[in-house]
Structures are given as structure tokens and as C-alpha cells.
Design a binder for this molecule. Structure first.
Ligand code: MLT
Length: 412
């Protein structure tokens, strides 16, 4: 009989979002009359921008004709998309990348998980708590942890608590770590890192020969000037950081799937015998062996995001979601609920009212307001007592959800 990967059995619960969907579906089956508003998983609701659709359709038309047909593309992405990203996404930030440092993928969730393939099993990993569960769970699956304790912390993983008490700013780990996950703007807390804070992390990583895995999936939601959009805005980051970006939240590609990883040429890791090896070489090898690239029409659609027309349209949608975030935050604050985030991010991170547990609040909100959010505890033990609302709903639903919450908790 085939032997399983026993590490999977250490995982304490099902993946967070399917678990929420399961509970919501059970509630909906029992209460078919309830008009449920879903502000849980950060899934977009606005249609793709017209310029993106046009390019997507043109890509499909190309596949319909022999002269313009495309079969396998380069595993790392088409040169024209990689070059567009260099010029339109990074150069305006003052960041110079080579096109071949950009690897096009089917999204940041997959990239932040798959990147572990190129790192040895003995690396010590540091993650924030609360955190996007993929970083934690994929390391458990890969065998980089022991079992979880009763609080939900896995042995061997270094957790960096982020709560209101430390302004959601992780402290540097006390012990030596090799891989550090940072996500800014942050999922789930919606907070951002200043240039000084990121410079501190870059220095820390260089001093400790650690690699930062920087998830910038929400960078397009930054509204405040001076907040870095990329880790490479920080001097020295090319020698210590891999960055992930996504078209999902930026341009509504959650169902289309496209993202990218940046692996600079200078970035190296060590072999067991201490020799330096460029991580770029390993990631390129990994992708060409395990991945056949993102489909041609999707890459055409992604390139159109950076056309003048596409970018203006995409910015309008982002402004719409940020408008939702402001409505949620203001409405909840009027109800006496303490909120964080929602200014440079599409997530509002709130203190559960009356000191309720996160899952208790989830159940109450669903039962009494028919509103779905995400319990903070689902993102890690330090998320207990917090709750996340997503701003990706329609305006109508967001307004209705806020009105229901205010009616129930006051201020309405
Ligand atoms: C979330 O709700 O945290 C995100 O939608 C998850 C994801 O992007 O995979």
C-alpha cells in the first residue's frame, strides 16, 4: 500500500475558506429565506475591465486561426508580458528588474506554496500570527514543523504575533530563521509596513542570511504616499527577497488566474556543503519541470491591465472597493466597533464586540445579520478576538451588511 505524506495529518482543521463555506451552506440550507451577504473570502465581484476583456477575446481569436495559433508557451511567461511588467509595474517605483527575473504563474497562492520546493526541509520558517493560512499550512505539509500545540502553534515554526498591542508590527525573531514570510498590505489585518520597517527587515535578512518571501498581492490598494509597493524599493532587497504579485485582486483575476514571482539574479541560497547557488536557477528549473505556463489568452488579458486604458479602468474598480472599505469602517466605528485596516487594503480587521470569540462572532453575525465574515482565529491564535470583513462585495451588499450590523450592534 502506498505510504501517505504523514505531515498532512498534523494539519488541525480543513483549509479556512472551505470550512467557512461549509458552515454558510449549512446555514443557508436551514434558512432558505435568508439573504446572505458574503464578505468572507476576499473574492472580487466586479467584472473584468473592458480593455482586459478585449485583449482576452483577441487572444482567443488568435487561437482560432492557424497563422496566430499558440501551443505551449514559455513556462516562465511570454517575454512581452514580462517586459510590460518591468516597464509598467516596477519602473515607475524606481525599481529596475530584468524581464527574465519575472516568472508568470497562475497566482500568488500557488507561488507562495510552490516556492518551498526550492528550499531544504531544515530551513526554519518565520510567519506572522495572524497570517494568510497558506504560508503556515504548506510548511506543515512539507514537513517543516512538528505537531500543533493546544493553541494551534506548530512546533518548529517561529510565530511573530501581530496584535493591536504592537500595532500589528511583527518583532524580529529572537532565534535564527531562514525564511521569513511578509505580506504587505497585510492579509488579514489590512495594515501596511513603512519604508523604515521594511528596511529593518531587509537588514535583518541580510545580517542573518535569511530570505524574505514578500507577498505584495494587495499593493494596488495602497493609497497613502510613501508606503512602499515593492520590497525592491528598499536598498539591498535584491540580495534577500523574492516578491509575489497577483492580478487577482488588482484586476479581478481570481477566476482567471495569473500572478508572478520575482526572483532577482543576485539572490542565492546555500547547498549542504556551503556553496552558493542562485535561487533564480532553481526556480526556473522547478517551473520548467512542473509547470507549463499560463494560457496565452490569459497572458494577453494580463498585459492589457497595464495599457493606459486598462490601468485607468482597473484603478476605478480598486477605488470602488476602497470606497466599500471606507463604508464598512465608518459604519462599524459608528456602532462602537474598533477597526483597523481598510485604508491601504481591501480588508477591515475588527475587534469582536463584547469580547466575543472570533468563531462565536462569526456564528452570531451569520445567524442574526446573515452576514459572512472571516473569524480572526482562522488566521492564527493571535487572531482570536478579531474578525475580518472583505470590501470586495457589491456596493449594495456592503451598504446592506453595514446597516444590518449597525441595527444589531448600535449606531443604526
Ligand atoms: C483571502 O480571503 O484571504 C483571499 O481571498 C485568499 C486568497 O487570495 O487565496
Amino acid at each position: 500500500m502506498a505510504r501517505i505524506n504523514d505531515h498532512y495529518l498534523k494539519l488541525q482543521a480543513g483549509y479556512l475558506f472551505p470550512e467557512i463555506a461549509r458552515r454558510v451552506n449549512a446555514f443557508a440550507a436551514e434558512h432558505p429565506e435568508a439573504k446572505i451577504i458574503r464578505l468572507g473570502i476576499g473574492d472580487v465581484t466586479r467584472p473584468l475591465a473592458p480593455a482586459v476583456i478585449k485583449a482576452f477575446q483577441a487572444g482567443i481569436e488568435d487561437l482560432a486561426r492557424e497563422e496566430t495559433f499558440h501551443g505551449y508557451g514559455p513556462e516562465q511567461g511570454y517575454e512581452w508580458l514580462r517586459q510590460t511588467i518591468v516597464e509598467r509595474a516596477y519602473r515607475p517605483l524606481g525599481v529596475e528588474l530584468a524581464a527574465d527575473e519575472i516568472f508568470i504563474s497562475d497566482g500568488s497562492k500557488c507561488d507562495t506554496a510552490n516556492i518551498l520546493d526550492i528550499f531544504g526541509p531544515d530551513n526554519r520558517v518565520a510567519i506572522c500570527d495572524p497570517v494568510y493560512p497558506v504560508y503556515n499550512d504548506t510548511n506543515v505539509m512539507a514537513g517543516r514543523s512538528g505537531p500543533a500545540d493546544e493553541q494551534g502553534y506548530y512546533e518548529g515554526i517561529v510565530y511573530m504575533p501581530c496584535t493591536a498591542e504592537n500595532a500589528f508590527t511583527p518583532a524580529f525573531p529572537q532565534e535564527k530563521v531562514d525564511l521569513i514570510y511578509l505580506c504587505y498590505p497585510n492579509n488579514p489585518t489590512g495594515t501596511v509596513a513603512t519604508r523604515e520597517q521594511l528596511a529593518g527587515w531587509v537588514q535583518y535578512a541580510l545580517d542573518n542570511e535569511a530570505v524574505i518571501l514578500f507577498d505584495a498581492a494587495y499593493e494596488a490598494f495602497i493609497t497613502e504616499p510613501g508606503i512602499p509597493h515593492s520590497i525592491y524599493e528598499i536598498e539591498g532587497a535584491r540580495r534577500c527577497a523574492i516578491e509575489f504579485r497577483s492580478f487577482s485582486k488588482t484586476a479581478g483575476f481570481t477566476g482567471v488566474r495569473c500572478g508572478l514571482a520575482v526572483v532577482p539574479h543576485e539572490l542565492v541560497g546555500r547547498t549542504a556543503t556551503g556553496d552558493e547557488v542562485p535561487l533564480h536557477q532553481l526556480w526556473s528549473r522547478r517551473q520548467s519541470t512542473k509547470f507549463n505556463g499560463v494560457s496565452y489568452p490569459v497572458q494577453r488579458a494580463a498585459a492589457a491591465v497595464y495599457s493606459d486604458e486598462g490601468w485607468a479602468q482597473v484603478r476605478e474598480v480598486i477605488a470602488y472597493y476602497l470606497g466599500n472599505a471606507a463604508i464598512i469602517r465608518q459604519g462599524l466605528e459608528a456602532a462602537g466597533i474598533t477597526c483597523y485596516g481598510g485604508v491601504n487594503a481591501p480588508y477591515i480587521w475588527l475587534r469582536t464586540p463584547e469580547g466575543m470569540g472570533s468563531w462565536d462572532f462569526f456564528d452570531k453575525l451569520l445567524a442574526e445579520c446573515h452576514v459572512v465574515g472571516t473569524p480572526g482565529a482562522g488566521f492564527g491564535p493571535s487572531g482570536e478576538g478579531y474578525f475580518r470583513l472583505s470590501a470586495f462585495g457589491s456596493r449594495e451588499n456592503v451598504e446592506e451588511a453595514v446597516a444590518r450590523i449597525r441595527k444589531r450592534w448600535g449606531g443604526g
